[in-house]
Ligand binder design. Structure first.
Ligand SMILES: CC(C)(COP(=O)(O)OP(=O)(O)OC[C@H]1O[C@@H](n2cnc3c(N)ncnc32)[C@H](O)[C@@H]1OP(=O)(O)O)[C@@H](O)C(=O)NCCC(=O)NCCS
Length: 143
């Protein structure tokens, strides 16, 4: 299993996993990413199991992140491993590669978030050394 940057030939497999993680995500964003038209994510790493992609991370750099003290924070925007491939260390390998990416970007902090009721994600974050720093509620109204 190899963790590497996503490539245009991965578009269909990345789209499949992205829709599994975010059913409301916009498929066009994949093409926009490869043409450089997408502001975020800044980088995408995939877990390649002999040509079959089984997981991905989407990464950005935020100037503000909850609980962080620096203004250039590597951020785990998305983290996915296919259901049948979980608990085998693939999520850990993706996060380790993401941390290397963050260091190479000059970041000294790495942050993430998850839905308040996603206990599996919270446990996986904790197992990888993340500390929970805040719980927030989000609001909207039409203008
Ligand atoms: C979160 C996710 C990416 C973890 O992937 P994974 O490949 O199963 O993770 P790993 O096998 O590398 O596990 C990493 C660590 O987290 C722990 N962990 C993973 N899933 C866990 C769970 N459900 N309960 C408790 N601990 C868990 C592992 O035990 C491991 O720690 P250890 O090495 O000390 O044992 C995967 O569960 C997933 O895709 N979930 C659905 C999407 C999601 O919730 N993403 C995160 C929010 S965006």
């Amino acid at each position: 299993m190899n963790v590497r940057p996503v490539a245009p030939a991965d578009a269909a497999q990345w789209r499949r996993m992205r829709l599994a993680l975010w059913p409301d995500s916009v498929p066009d964003e994949i093409d926009q990413f490869f043409t450089g038209l997408l502001h975020e994510p800044l980088a995408v790493l995939v877990a390649d199991d002999g040509g079959a992609l089984v997981g991905f991370v989407e990464l950005s750099i935020r100037n503000i992140a909850e609980g962080c003290s620096t203004d250039r924070v590597a951020y785990l925007e998305g983290w996915w491993v296919d259901v049948g491939k979980r608990r085998q260390g693939i999520g850990r390998a993706l996060v380790r590669a993401a941390e290397e990416w963050g260091r190479a970007q000059g970041c000294s902090e790495f942050a993430s978030d998850t839905e308040i009721d996603n206990e599996d994600s919270a446990k996986a974050h904790a197992a990888l050394g993340f500390e929970e720093v805040e719980r927030i509620r989000c609001f909207r109204k039409s203008l």
